[in-house]
Structure formats: structure tokens, C-alpha cells
Design a protein around this ligand. Structure first.
Ligand code: V0V
Ligand code: CO
Length: 157
């Protein structure tokens, strides 16, 4: 079951200046940063709120690490802006299978590694009324409101 907006993915040309915009304009602080080489992104997660399912909702700011990545290609074509939305679930495998059974293309056979050790997959935007849609299961220790998990972490690989 999809139980929250996990994040909104925003493509940007320069992660540092975009992070600074969100900090200076709204007061949102960076909760976590990492590089995901498989996805070709350097990203910052800005936590907006905890959610009633024990998870959280974030903005995910994405700078491409290479021009031929999904975000790099999208930026070249569209410029900066909202790139995808992500729904959170406790069971990305089961929910992806259920969506696939409804005829929506799921891009990965098996979920891949996403932000903060999450497991992620994507649904094709052409099957989702133009919206690239991601399904996410957070790592057990991330995104919960338990005290040990809320300390901001910064991991540059
Ligand atoms: C492409 N299209 C989009 C789109 N990207 N439509 C809406 N939103 C997007 N983000 C449209 C595009 O305009 C074309 O439509 C059509 O889809 C084919 O696009 P393309 O430019 O030819 O590109 P493709 O087909 O090579 O790749 C598109 C897909 C690719 C969606 C298959 O971007 C992909 O695999 N995305 C999943 C991985 C990803 O996005 N990773 C970055 C975030 P027309 O012009 O033909 O009408 S990583 C992340 O979120 C992480 C790590 C995390 O959350 O933890
Ligand atoms: Co994402």
C-alpha cells in the first residue's frame, strides 16, 4: 500500500546553489546528501515532515553526474524543474508487482538502491499521464521518527 509522498524529485543544474535557495527562501535544511553512481545523480534530501506511517516526506534535489544520465538528458531537454514524484510503501516489491499487473510499465525487474539505502523502482511516465513515478521502501533505520534516525547525516561517496 502506498502510504505517503516520500519525495518530489527536482532536477537542477547546480546542487549547491539550489540547496541554498531552499535554505534561504524557506528555511529547509539538508537532511542527507549522497552520490548515486548507478542513477547518475548527486542529490540532497531536504526533510519536510514526518508522516503517520513512520516515514517522512522530502524534497530530493538532483544534479546529474553525467550528461547521459536520466536527469542529465531530462535537464538538457526541459531545463530545471520537477522530474519525478515518489510514493512510499512498506512493500515496494509487492506494490510494483500489483502496478505491473495493471498494465503499467515498471522499469526495473528488481528494485535498485535509492537514497539513504532505500529500495526503489520507477513507473514509465508515458503510462502515468506524463509523470515519472517512483515507488520507495525506506531502509528500516531511515526516515522514521525514532530518535536514533532523525539526526541529519551527510555521506559523500
Ligand atoms: C522522460 N520523459 C518524461 C521524463 N523523462 N516525462 C515525464 N517526466 C520525466 N522525468 C518522457 C520524454 O519527454 C519522452 O517523451 C519519453 O518520456 C522518452 O524519454 P527520453 O527522453 O527518450 O528518455 P528515455 O526513454 O531514455 O528515459 C526516460 C526514462 C528514464 C523515464 C525511461 O528517465 C528512466 O529510466 N528514469 C528512471 C531513473 C531515474 O529517473 N533516475 C534519476 C532519479 P516524448 O518526447 O517522446 O513525448 S534517481 C532517484 O530518484 C533516486 C536515486 C532516489 O529517489 O533514491
Ligand atoms: Co527519487
Amino acid at each position: 500500500m502506498l502510504t505517503r509522498i516520500d519525495h518530489i524529485g527536482i532536477a537542477c543544474e547546480n546542487l549547491d546553489t539550489t540547496v541554498e535557495f531552499y535554505r534561504a527562501t524557506y528555511g529547509f535544511e539538508v537532511f542527507h546528501t549522497e552520490v548515486n553512481e548507478e542513477q547518475g545523480v548527486r542529490e540532497a534530501m531536504l526533510k519536510i515532515n514526518d508522516t503517520s506511517d513512520g516515514g517522512a516526506s522530502y524534497l530530493q534535489l538532483l544534479e546529474p553526474t553525467r550528461a547521459d544520465s536520466a536527469v542529465g538528458k531530462w535537464l538538457a531537454k526541459n531545463g530545471e524543474g520537477v522530474h519525478h514524484i515518489a510514493f512510499g510503501t512498506a512493500d515496494v516489491d509487492g506494490d510494483a508487482a500489483a502496478v505491473r499487473d495493471k498494465g503499467v510499465r515498471v522499469l526495473y525487474d528488481e528494485p535498485r538502491t535509492g537514497s539513504m539505502g532505500s529500495r526503489i523502482t520507477f513507473l514509465h511516465p508515458k503510462d502515468c499521464h506524463g509523470v515519472l513515478t517512483e515507488l520507495v521502501t525506506a531502509a528500516p533505520h531511515e526516515g522514521t521518527s525514532a530518535p536514533a534516525s532523525t539526526s541529519p547525516s551527510t555521506t559523500e561517496h
